[in-house]
Design a protein around this ligand. Sequence first.
Ligand code: ADP
Length: 579
Amino acid sequence: MIRRLFTALGPKHDRALRRLLAWFTVAAVLQGVAFVMLVPALRELLGDRPEHAWPWVITLAVLWLAYAAVSYPATLAGYGTGADMSRDLHHRIGDKVAQLPLAWFTPDRVGGLGRLASQRVVDIMGVPAHLLHQLVDTFVTPATVVLAMFLFDWRLALSMTVAGVAVALVYRVAGRGMAAADQEADRIHADAAVRIVEFARAQPVLRAFGRTAQGHAALDDSLVAQHAAGRRMLRASMPGLVWIAFIAQAAFLLFLALGTHLALGGSLGAAEFIALLVLSARFVEPIMLTSELGGAIRVAENALTEINELIDTPTLPGPETSRRPDGTDIELDDVRFGYHGSTVLDGLSMRVPQGRMTALVGPSGAGKTTVIRLIARFFDPDAGAVRVGGVDVREMKTEDLTSVISAVFQDVYLFDGTILENVRIGRPDATDEEVYAAARTARVDQITDRLPGGWDAPVGEGGSRLSGGERQRISIARALLKDTPIVLFDEATAALDAENEHALQEAMAALARDRTVLVIAHRLHTLREADHIVVLGDGQVVEEGVHDDLIARDGQYARFWRERRRAQGWHLAKPAVVR
Ligand code: ADP
């Protein structure tokens, strides 16, 4: 456990933790020796010459003072180290999150990450603050008492050793079962937490379809699983807890019986007997605590395992120095890629020529979004290469790749700030004029005119106060402000009102000017404007060319075009008046 703690925190806290361990050990030994001093003190006190007890009582007082003198600063240092560690862990988690491949961020993991950075870090913070202290006290104080006990009565010391070993064995055996149950329960709790958030977010959809709590099977299942895991954990931990309590009580009875036997036999004085009883009570107490402590240790261990797992998650390998792209054309060369073993792109080769607009079309699930993700290097292909300006994206540092690419996705995430702040994210050091100019070009001014508060209107969490088309316009404004030579664009599929449609078209046209653009096209207008069209199907390019040629070929693209036209030309007729 201590080794794992050291790994999780990195070498930085090694010294502080070792120093703490040393301090806590010294304090525990002092405490143990002070307890043992009770034996001679009581012996003298109840003997013929009680005044001879003074030196022992004074030694005891000095030992207690020394214990307090060591324990107090050590406890304070423990809290200090805990606070340092939590700050450091937050930084390490933050740095890691910033390097993780974007594919890592599934909703489940994002939910877990919140818990990791809050609850889990607090769990670990408690380790140097009090757990380590308790742990050392629980083992070192009784061990000191037993060792010192050998000086007074080897028979009692031996019986204490036997009791100690028995508890340790029970603890190990029971602990293993409890740890497994704990880990499982933890995973299930995390899943339930994610499902509850999902349930809350899905309320509009569930209500629209007239479904309430019973209707959300995933939540029901995870709550049932949580319930079952709680019971399993109880079942796994109960025998261990009962056994530890039983052995601790049995040990106390054993001392009592043995002491009585020895006292009656005359080989143990009454004073020693009383002192020994006090000591055995002191010996049994921490043993009773081990079961409680065991739970806290497992919580900390699980927290450490989770944090270590995150820190050990492989990031996409990057080069020491970036190769400079020559130009901005994009090439996918015999790219194979699949999610979790299922093939999506199967030897895809295509080019996006520099300074032109290339439209990507194909049926839903053909892999269009995947192509964009591969170019932006959310993932690396399983085989083949993605090149920008002739350079494999794996040979470029992440910051160099992102400095030439802007991506506008359908599900645009806005931070809970003002419209202006959200546009500024495109280039934080831009002047106000530059931000306004980009925002106006993307027709964000139409949105600010509508909203009370104008440019300073809050967008709500995730941009909830704006429509999908409006959020995408803010994303285009960000891309305009970032002003990269390459733009990857996933056009909104949702039907837009005429005003939004028109504004979006203008914004896109501004963005496409003089840039290399790859757009997943859903609108007829975009397809007509594109310099080059690539049709995907079955993980490969099935057709490519310009609009007119592709229509003339009357293949898959022509069919796609006709379907789109039919969909757009489709209007709801006025209902006939029934008399
Ligand atoms: P398109 O954009 O053409 O609709 P996508 O690139 O989004 O297609 O998806 C291609 C295939 O990959 C689909 O079958 C989809 O279900 C699957 N897919 C997409 N993203 C993921 C993911 N993160 N994990 C697993 N499968 C995915």
